[in-house]
Each structure stands twice: as structure tokens, then as C-alpha cells.
Ligand binder design. Structure first.
Ligand code: ARG
Length: 651
């Protein structure tokens, strides 16, 4: 149930036959920011003043006279210079909430369905998955769940990076540095070791020749800083120069230390150093293996077919823990056979042209063209993405394709979208649902102490462990009078811990970076999933204690009444669930839904503080308040589940 469209419809009726475009004007009604102005406020009269040649106050008066809204609201109030303030009737709120409770979908309507393809998670396989992959996975999953719940058709596609240069690296490693015994024991671990070895050596070989230059740059920056510092205190621009010099020194220091890190990690490891010496130009060698793979070399293709299922099985176990499923998992390799034909088609239609031996698509609004086939015949990331759009358009006929991908790929997607439109896919909505970086406590991209990106699995374990410490703390459980078996404790910790990781991500506006802080995210206070889950558990505990059965079927035995401001506010918020869902997909921000759920949980706490439930002053009131607890549980549970987060009976 959406209240706002209902109110707007009444205003539309009142405006009909009086002003042009009544619906446009009716849109100027919004939730009131200040509760003193009621629940909703219409800012319609002021903008009409000119065309109607009347004072806004007069127009507002006339509009209110024409309005028939008594069944929903108290008589509207007019406030200078011409606002119309609306306050919903308590009986209306109570009746709507009862109706929502009798409905399985909480009276959330089904929309006219659009078809969405959502491209998310999409990790480059055969490299360890890390915390950055969480964002795409949980944001994409939440959007898929919300869209589906509203009635849309969703195809979730995990566009695996299963054809990239990492395979050349692993194949090279496999051919030269394999530890057969380790491979037999734990193939995935051995493959990721091989990947790291090759990556480290490539890093070393690239960094080593840069070292002298970087050392020199630091020395000269330091010199410059000394000179700037030595300038007389009153010299013009002294402050500015001192600052600039310090900045340069910092940058040079950082650059040098990054190079040193790469060089030393190999230098201090005799085995790696030998490899680096015996395999010069390792990057080119690994690249050559990738090229062979792409050209269909039998040996490399066999190895790829051997490696791929291993790493897919590994990431599948993470998806299973996160309860994330995909409709399709067409990796990049799936499109490879289509690329040649696509490039030829674009060339023969004149969309793509030869430039310097490469095949390019020139795009309006972009300086550099988009290369789709390199001089050496190799295809690019962009070529695959164009083929992917073509395939999706042909097979799924979507109205929208959403790409839940890191903001650093913004330029790539702008170009792909422009090219797709130029080719003729100009009806489909193409959206880069971009997101910021996950930061560590130091404000830099999140890494562990060892300097490698954290494995996802370990991270999930850690969150569950911390959740256990917080929620299953023996003292806390004793105080709360909760006796739990070990199994229940583990179950609760797992639900809270995994929820915490997802919620921390989803509750932050996806466009910004956020700090990953496991300790903060499992707390029972503040904007955390644990807090919301705890409120759900409280509602359940009250209902259990009442000994009554509240279900969709029995709810008509629990008539609602609104007697207190805290009850009223909570009821109104609960009725805004559908609005929150629509707002969260308007521009694809699950954080809107997360924020809404947090507000409901907080308002429930206030209600619970101010209104007795089991000790209410009358049986009728008790029954009504139990229904409000039940409504809160339903909305929070449904909302969390749309974020991919579970709840528990007791905590
Ligand atoms: N595999 C890519 C990466 O990890 C993300 C792919 C996103 N999807 C796409 N259609 N390009 O950076």
C-alpha cells in the first residue's frame, strides 16, 4: 500500500477541470519534513498563483473546498504562504495496517513488470576473492531481490572473468613451478600460490629498473624541501612552497616504498629470486600463454578446462554461505566465439573502422575511440562487453541492464553504453550501478597486515566469530534470561555475523567509500543489522509471552487502535514500506531500504519504551499492540530478507 499515490489521486481529482496537467501538480505533495506540519504537505498553490492570477492562500482555500479526502485525513490545514497540510486519520492508519497484515505481501502491490538483467559479483576467477567483491555481490543481490519482490522479471548474471590474463599466468606457473604433491592435495591453494609467484615476479621485474629513478626523485624532492624550509619566514609564497614540497616528498616516499616492497618481497626469497633470474620478461611469457589459450592451443585449453571448475567450486562455496544465487553464469569465455563475427559485422556496416591496424569504434563525445580488435588480432574487455549486450538483448529482451561494478570502471561503461546506443540498442536502459572502495581502518583500500587482500571466506569466519562474542556473551545471555544450546548459539552467530557484513555494505550509500570495521558492524547498538535483528527477536519474544497466535489468518481477531503518538508514528512508518522499496530502486540504492528499516527498528524501541504491551491498560489495547509488534516483525523481516539478511527467533 502506498499512501502518497492515494493522496495524489485525490488532489488530481480536485484539480481536474480546473488547471491543466493536474497530475503534474499533484506530484508536488510530499512527506512533511516537520511533524508539526502533519504527515504530508502539498506545495501546489504557490506555483499556480501566476497562471490562475490569484493569491496562493486563495487557491489553497479553493483547492481544499474541491478536495474530497475526509476518509483519509482530518480537515486539511492551510498554512502561509499557501501550503496544505494533511494529517492522516488514526482510524485510517489502523485500518490500512490491519489490511497489510492480512496480506502475505504486506499489501505491497505488484508493478507492471519490466525485465532487468543484473550483472553483478563477476569476479575474475582463479584469483582469491576479496572484500571488494562483497560490494558487487551484496548490492546486486539486494537489487535483484527488491525488483523481484515488486514484481519485475530479473535475470541475474554472474559475468565471471574466466578468460583473462590470470590464466596465462597460472598456465605459465603450472608448466614451470608446479609442486605436484601440493596440487594433488589442494589444487586451488596450489593454483593461487602459482598465481602469486608469477604476479610477484612480474611485479619485481617491473619495479626493479624503476628503483634508481625513484630514489633520485626522492632525493631531489628532499633537497627542494630543505630549500623551501630554509627560506626566510616572510618570503613570499613560503607557506605554499613548504606545503607543496612536503607533498612531493610524501608522494616520492610512497612511490619508492611501494617499489621497494615489490623488489624486496622477491629479493628476500631465494626461490623467487632464482625464478626472477631464470625467467626474464615473465610478463611477456605469461601473456604469450594467454594468447595461445585464446587461439585455441590444445594444451592450454585443456589446462584451462582443468583449472576453471576448481576455482568456480571455491567461489560457489562463498555464494552458498552468502545465500546468493545466479540465474546464469556466462563468463567472458562464453562470448569468446562470438567476438570475431561481431567485429566483422561492425566493420562491414561501417560502425567500426581500421585505424593503425586496429579496429575501432569512434564515438561522439569521446576523444579516444574504443578499440575492439588490436593490431595483433586480440580482442578486448570492451569487445566482450559489446558481445554480451548483443547476446542479452537477443535472448532476454531486457528493458534495463544493470552493471554493479566498481566506480573505477566508469569510463569503460560510458563508452560501452555509447557504443551500444550507436549500434542501435537505444531503447534499453543501461546503468552502471557503481560503488566506492572498501577501506581499512587507516582509510586506505582494505588489506590485511600481510599486505594481501583478505580472503572472503576468512573474513566471513571472522565476522561470525565476533558476532558470537557479542551476541552469545554468557553474561549477556544470562541477563536476558536466554538459555541456548551450542547449536542455537552457532546459528545465531552465523546469522548475525553474515548479516553484519552485508548490512554494513548495504547501509552505506554505494557511491561512497566506507570503512570496513568488523567490531563496529556486529554491535547491538547503532545502525547495524544486529540491532534490527534484535528488535525482531524482541517482537517475537513478546508475542511468544502473550501466548497468542498471530498470523495472516488470525489477524482479524486483533483489531488495531492508535492511542499514543509513538504508536501512531510507528504505524505510519510501517505503512511506508512500499514507498521505501520504490525509492530504493529508483536510482538503485539499497541503502534507502536499509535506512528505512533502521528507522522502523528505532521507532519500535521508542514505542516499546512508551507503550506497555503485555501490561496494557485493557485487553483491547493489549491485542492492538500485539498486532503492532507483529506488523513490525513482518516489515523488518521482509525488508531484511530483501537485503539478503536473515533473522532469528531469539537473541
Ligand atoms: N570481472 C570484472 C572485474 O573483476 C568485472 C566485470 C563486470 N561486468 C562486466 N560486464 N564488465 O573487474
Amino acid at each position: 500500500m502506498q499512501i502518497l499515490p492515494l493522496i495524489r489521486a485525490r488532489f488530481e481529482q480536485a484539480l481536474d477541470g480546473w488547471v491543466a496537467e493536474p497530475a503534474e501538480h499533484a506530484r508536488r505533495i510530499a512527506v512533511a519534513r516537520d511533524p508539526r506540519h502533519g504527515d504530508y504537505q502539498a506545495n501546489i498553490a504557490m506555483p499556480l498563483s501566476k497562471s490562475l492570477c490569484k493569491k496562493p492562500m486563495e487557491i489553497a482555500g479553493e483547492l481544499v473546498d474541491r478536495l474530497s479526502i475526509d476518509d483519509l485525513c482530518h480537515p486539511p490545514e492551510i498554512a502561509a504562504p499557501g501550503f496544505i497540510n494533511l494529517r492522516l486519520r488514526d482510524e485510517f492508519l489502523a485500518a490500512q495496517l490491519s489490511a497489510a497484515l492480512a496480506d502475505q505481501r504486506l499489501a505491497v502491490g505488484q508493478v507492471t513488470a519490466r525485465t532487468y538483467v543484473i550483472d553483478y559479483s563477476s569476479p575474475n576467477v582463479a584469483k582469491p576473492m576479496h572484500v571488494g567483491h562483497i560490494r558487487s555481490t551484496v548490492i546486486g543481490d539486494a537489487l535483484a531481490r527488491i525488483l523481484r519482490f515488486l514484481g519485475h522479471q530479473v535475470i541475474s548474471d554472474n559475468h565471471l572473468g574466466d578468460w583473462g590474463t590470470q590464466f596465462g599466468m597460472i598456465i605459465y606457473g603450472y608448466k614451470h613451478f608446479l609442486d605436484q604433491a601440493k596440487y594433488e592435495k589442494n589444487p586451488v591453494a596450489e593454483l593461487s600460490r602459482l598465481y602469486r609467484v608469477v604476479q610477484q615476479v612480474i611485479g619485481y621485474q617491473a619495479a626493479e629498473p624503476e628503483l634508481a629513478g625513484a630514489t633520485e626523485r626522492l632525493a631531489s624532492a628532499t633537497e627542494k624541501q630543505k630549500r623551501a624550509d630554509a627560506a626566510p619566514a616572510d618570503a613570499p609564497k613560503r607557506n605554499k612552497e613548504v606545503k607543496a614540497a612536503a607533498k612531493e616528498v610524501r608522494a616520492a616516499t610512497e612511490a619508492l616504498s611501494s617499489l621497494n616492497g615489490k623488489v624486496n618481497s622477491v629479493k628476500n626469497d631465494p626461490q623467487l629470486l632464482t625464478i626472477a633470474q631464470e625467467h626474464p620478461e615473465l610478463e611477456q611469457r605469461a601473456q604469450a600463454e594467454t594468447v595461445k589459450l585464446h587461439q585455441g592451443d590444445a594444451e592450454n585449453l585443456d589446462l584451462w578446462k582443468q583449472f576453471l571448475p576448481l576455482s568456480i567450486a571455491e567461489i560457489d562455496s562463498v555464494y552458498k554461505r552468502l545465500d546468493v544465487r545466479f540465474d546464469t553464469t556466462y563468463g567472458e569465455s562464453f562470448y569468446h566465439p562470438m567476438l570475431g563475427a561481431l567485429v566483422d559485422k561492425l566493420s562491414s556496416s561501417g560502425m567500426a573502422v581500421e585505424s593503425d591496424g586496429a579496429t575501432c569504434v569512434f564515438l561522439d563525445d569521446f576523444e579516444a575511440p574504443m578499440i575492439i580488435r588490436k593490431r595483433d588480432g586480440a580482442f578486448l574487455y570492451a569487445t566482450t562487453d559489446l558481445a554480451t549486450i548483443e547476446y542479452r538483448m537477443e535472448h532476454f529482451r531486457p528493458d534495463a541492464i544493470l552493471y554493479v561494478v566498481d566506480h573505477r570502471q566508469g569510463e569503460h561503461f560510458s563508452k560501452i553504453f555509447a557504443a551500444a546506443r550507436a549500434i542501435g540498442y537505444d531503447q534499453v536502459e543501461l546503468q552502471h550501478v557503481s560503488f566506492g572502495t572498501v577501506l581499512g581502518p587507516d582509510g586506505r583500500p582494505f588489506k590485511t597486515r600481510s599486505g594481501t587482500v583478505v580472503g572472503l571466506d576468512t573474513l566471513l569466519d571472522e565476522a561470525v566469530e565476533r558476532a558470537y562474542q557479542v551476541v552469545c556473551d554468557p553474561e549477556r545471555l544470562q541477563k536476558a534470561g536466554l538459555e541456548m544450546t551450542d547449536e542455537e548459539k552457532r546459528q545465531v552467530a552465523s546469522t548475525v555475523g553474515l548479516g553484519a557484513i552485508k548490512y554494513a555494505d548495504l547501509s552505506h550509500n554505494r557511491s561512497s567509500d566506507y570503512k570496513f570495521d568488523i567490531d563496529a558492524m556486529v554491535q547491538l547498538e547503532g545502525n547495524t543489522s544486529a540491532y534490527i535483528q534484535y528488535m525482531v527477536a524482541r517482537t517475537k519474544s513478546i508475542i511468544r509471552k502473550s501466548g497468542m497466535q498471530l498470523t495472516e489468518k488470525t489477524i482479524d481477531r486483533f483489531p488495531l487502535q492508535i492511542t499514543q503518538p509513538a504508536e501512531r508514528k510507528l504505524a505510519l512508518q510501517l505503512l511506508q514500506f512500499e514507498d521505501a522499496l520504490h525509492q530504493s530502486i529508483e536510482e538503485y540504492y539499497p541503502s534507502v531500504l536499509a535506512g528505512y528499516l533502521y528507522d522502523v527498528a528505532k521507532q519500535f524501541a521508542t514505542f516499546f519504551e512508551q507503550c506497555h504491551v503485555l501490561n496494557a491498560s485493557s485487553e483491547d489495547l493489549k491485542i492492538s499492540r500485539l498486532a503492532i509488534c507483529y506488523a513490525t516483525a513482518r516489515v523488518l523481516r521482509q525488508g531484511l530478507s530483501l537485503l539478503g539478511i536473515d533473522v532469528v527467533e531469539r537473541m
